[in-house]
Design a protein around this ligand. Structure first.
Ligand code: SF4
Length: 81
């Protein structure tokens, strides 16, 4: 079964623009595992979740859970009302 909107997995779908990150899939070729492991260890959320909310990350200084909540509310808070 092919899910609409998903690529054919011959290329990684990562939306992270920090290709110099040591755990970026393009660098390691190991998919999301190293990124998620790093984020869990640091109490952070991968950038793809932020980019799923908005592609404009201007002014974002950290990727903590708390930062994600603030980012979400700033960009999508009106949808919760
Ligand atoms: S979890 Fe990390 S490696 Fe995977 S798509 Fe998100 S940002 Fe990219």
């Amino acid at each position: 079964m092919r899910l609409k909107g998903l690529n054919d997995m011959t290329t990684h779908f990562c939306t992270c623009k920090d290709i110099n990150c040591p755990v970026h899939p393009l660098k390691l070729g190991k998919g999301c595992d190293p990124c998620i492991q790093k984020n869990l260890m640091q109490g952070e959320i991968p950038s793809c979740f932020f980019r799923a909310v908005s592609d404009n990350l201007d002014g974002l200084e950290e990727y903590t859970f708390e930062s994600f909540v603030r980012f979400y509310l700033r960009n999508r808070g009106k949808q919760l009302a």
